[in-house]
Design a binder for this molecule. Structure first.
Ligand SMILES: Nc1ncnc2c1ncn2[C@@H]1O[C@H](COP(=O)(O)OP(=O)(O)OP(=O)(O)O)[C@@H](O)[C@H]1O
Ligand SMILES: [Mg+2]
Length: 356
């Protein structure tokens, strides 16, 4: 069976930034692909190409059996999209926003209304349904935006960082909604900065960096690929970090990862408990005081760190900077060279079937 989403060698440049440098992907029907990658890796650009909002410089894409570049309008009728920036109409109520999407997709007024109410319930928005969206909190807007993507039960869905900015309860609720959709046969491409989210929801994971897919596999395959166990040490004071790194390097199979603000050092090792005991003795002999130490199996975080050289950072929705204060897409562009519409217009464009 042909994959529900297929991309071949997509290239997209913005000025001298190569946002996509030959991305190839395929997502079998009824499965979830998690697209993981650091800020500026090219996740959103990939989603925008696959959802017809952006023309690549070269490459090919097929969604639900339809060529994205040749028949964008047909593709739009087969997909749902929820973007990284919630695209809701501020001056309509939650209910009206959803009803409008249904009507844009030519549902009858009665069907659009029933679907809107059902989705408001799913996303815990029933109480707020008659308030204008401009009074909604960030997490409420995000949920409304996700609900809007589900109005027409599309066979293929694209969710760009769906749970960024949601509190734990709503994140869990959304995971359940997504799992239900997938059980019902929806094919999903999901981008996320949350590795546990990819671990839980995705059948397959593609790690993207610098516009390329640098690793591909199930969560277990990726963990096995980077191998080894991890020793994790938290030293008692910041001035002990350097000494501890030097000590641990003697046991490490690869580069130690250091989180300075939490004084946590993680190193890949092999040899299990015996090595752990040696490390504890060694640290003690050098009077390096520790708060915590443990041995564990690699996580997706380790995969990400090993492959991209840095930890995953959730983008801050409000001001477009991540936790390190780098601008969004900080790979040397001011982000102004764009010849394309902004993401806010994306959803309306998809719904209205307009060409960009
Ligand atoms: N319209 C545009 N104009 C100019 N540069 C752009 C535009 N869209 C994306 N870029 C650049 O392309 C690169 C990839 O951006 P993209 O938004 O795809 O990253 P991302 O993986 O979604 O990152 P994030 O995790 O921050 O959402 C970045 O360097 C970004 O600055
Ligand atoms: Mg993005």
């Amino acid at each position: 069976m042909a994959p529900a989403i297929q991309a071949e060698n997509l290239v997209k440049t913005f000025g001298d930034v190569r946002a996509l440098d030959g991305v190839s992907l395929d997502v079998p029907e009824g499965t979830v692909l998690g697209l993981l990658g650091p800020n500026g890796a090219g996740k959103t650009t990939t989603v925008r190409v696959l959802t017809t909002l952006l023309r690549p410089d070269s490459g090919r894409a097929v969604v639900a059996g339809v060529d994205v570049l040749k028949h964008p309008n047909q593709v739009r009728s087969l997909i749902g999209l929820s973007g990284q920036y919630a695209a809701v109409d501020e001056y309509l109520t939650g209910f009206e926003n959803l009803q409008m999407v249904g009507e844009l997709y030519q549902m009858t007024a009665r069907a659009a209304k029933a679907r809107a109410l059902e989705l408001l319930e799913w996303f815990n928005l029933t109480e707020a349904k008659d308030r204008t969206a401009k009074t909604y909190s960030g997490g409420m807007r995000r949920r409304l935006d996700l609900a809007a993507a589900l109005v027409v039960r599309p066979p293929v869905m694209f969710l760009d960082e769906p749970t960024t900015g949601l509190d734990p309860r709503n994140r869990l609720a959304l995971w359940e909604v997504i799992e239900t959709l997938v059980e019902q046969g929806t094919t999903l491409l999901l981008t996320t900065q949350y590795l546990e989210e990819a671990d839980r929801l995705a059948h397959d994971i593609a790690v993207v960096d610098h516009g390329r897919v640098i690793a591909r596999g199930t969560a277990d395959q990726l963990k096995a690929q980077i191998g080894g166990e991890r020793i994790e040490v938290v030293v008692h004071r910041a001035d002990l970090v350097a000494d501890a790194v030097a000590t641990l390097s003697g046991y490490a199979l690869g580069e130690p990862a250091v989180e300075r603000n939490t004084r946590r050092i993680t190193v890949p090792v092999s040899g299990g408990a015996r090595v752990l005991a040696d490390v504890i003795r060694d640290l003690d002999a050098r009077s390096i005081e520790i708060d915590d130490i443990g041995l564990r199996r690699p996580t997706l975080d380790d995969v990400f760190l090993t492959l991209t050289g840095h930890v995953a950072e959730a983008a801050d929705e409000e001001n477009g900077t991540d936790a390190t204060g780098r601008g969004r897409g900080g790979r040397g562009t001011g982000g102004t060279a764009g010849d394309e519409s902004g993401p806010d217009q994306d959803k309306q464009a998809v719904a209205a079937g307009t060409e960009l």
